[in-house]
Design a protein around this ligand. Structure first.
Ligand code: SF4
Length: 397
């Protein structure tokens, strides 16, 4: 497969990684760091260099969505975020209705910062609430209380941000169904336009994993986590939310447009250490070390090598075969409530390719994981709980 740049007119979604955190939470294995603030000025310059190089190489297509993720963008100085967004805008002119999201920790959501974020162009905030239970917040070594979490949401809304997501976690050590119900009710009572709910994954070698292994913290119960998911589905449906993706719920028209790009297998460019990209059937990702990222980008003027497209910070790249692209696209679309059109599997240039997936999906229907109605395959509740059972059957051998 030829690795050519998309035409300049093809819009793009941008992810910009902001790897700074005030402290490191005990369950987190993201590529984020505490006590790295001294790197921020050089980091911003490196992000500007990477953005500029890609902007020139791709011919400056418009950005339809931008996501500042981390890390804790909200804790990073507003001026640094503003400069990164200005550089992004210079390299990829923002579409008039561009969705610009920043992740925020409750303690950082102040009136002053909100003003700065708005002026910088941010129009959507995703707040890491995680729980409205103070005991669980302490267990997760979060830096906020339930009262501060609620205050953050109210401050954001009062500050003019009407597009706000709340992140919540379930399946936590020692969390009961009653505690989870109360967190859900608390969240629903605030009426946020969007909710993302994630089951805790205990990542190896994190402090929480060590505490669980040593018996100091109870091991989460996966069956209870499944009950919590079902409770969330029922409660949020009753409150008028559309369950549009396995872990995401939104009020009408408030789906996260940036994440929809991932699930629809559309092109996106990731900027920053460890960031992943998908352009023209090619997946590639950057080196993880922020220090090395800065060093390589500030050494000279980075250029994007023409073919295949790459920069000095790309660690690895993979050209997907047509079969892999097709399989990935089916798996990603199945995460969405719109599912996969039956016709898309029977039509197309390679009947055999679609037939293989068709028989895998029919097998999943037989296993009670997928439903077929109105000409579409969709995960049912059991399928959403056991989605890997479905996805593994769709992967190319
Ligand atoms: S604030 Fe978020 S990114 Fe930072 S350490 Fe905690 S969970 Fe990880």
């Amino acid at each position: 497969m030829g690795a050519q740049h998309p035409p300049a007119s093809q819009p793009i979604a941008l992810y910009v990684h902001v790897p700074f955190c005030e402290t490191k939470c005990n369950y987190c294995d993201f590529n984020t760091y505490a006590h790295l603030e001294s790197l921020i000025p050089d980091y911003v310059a490196a992000v500007a260099a990477e953005l500029g190089a890609w902007g020139r190489a791709l011919g400056g297509p418009p950005a339809t969505t931008v996501f500042l993720g981390g890390g804790t963008p909200s804790w990073t100085p507003v001026a640094a975020l503003e400069r990164m967004l200005n550089e992004a805008r210079r390299a990829f002119p923002f579409a008039p209705d561009c969705e610009v999201t920043a992740e925020a920790n409750p303690g950082d959501v102040t009136g002053e910062r909100l003003d700065g974020w708005r002026k910088a162009g941010i129009n959507r905030i995703s707040i890491g609430i995680q729980s409205f239970d103070d005991g669980l917040l302490r267990l997760l070594t979060r830096r906020h209380t339930a009262a501060e979490a609620e205050q953050a949401y109210r401050t954001a809304r009062a500050g003019g941000f009407d597009n706000v997501n709340l992140d919540l976690m379930y399946g936590l050590p020692g969390q009961s169904l009653a505690t989870w119900r109360s967190t859900l009710e608390h969240a629903i009572g605030l009426d946020p336009p969007h909710l993302s709910l994630y089951a805790l994954t205990v990542e190896e070698a994190t402090p929480l994993w060590r505490d669980i292994e040593a018996g100091r913290v109870p091991r989460p119960d996966p069956d209870l986590a499944a009950d919590m998911y079902i409770l969330a589905e029922e409660s949020l449906a009753a409150a008028g939310y559309r369950h549009y993706e396995i872990s995401n719920w939104a009020k009408e028209g408030r789906e996260c447009r940036h994440n929809l790009v991932y699930w629809r297998n559309e092109p996106f460019l990731g900027i920053g250490p460890g960031a992943h990209s998908y352009l023209d059937g090619r997946r590639f990702w950057n080196i993880r070390s922020p220090g090395e990222y800065v060093r390589r980008l500030l050494e000279g003027t980075p250029a994007v090598a023409a073919s295949p497209p790459t920069t000095p910070v790309v660690e690895e790249a993979r050209n997907l075969t047509e079969r892999e692209r097709f399989a990935e696209s089916i798996i990603l679309k199945l995460r969405l409530d719109e599912g996969v059109e039956l016709a898309s599997l029977t039509a197309g240039p390679s009947g055999l390719r679609g037939d293989l997936h068709l028989s895998a999906l029919r097998e999943c229907v037989g296993l009670g994981l997928v439903s077929l109605s109105e000409g579409r395959f969709r995960l049912n509740q059991r399928g959403r709980l056991l989605s890997n059972e479905v996805f593994v059957r769709l992967l190319p051998e």
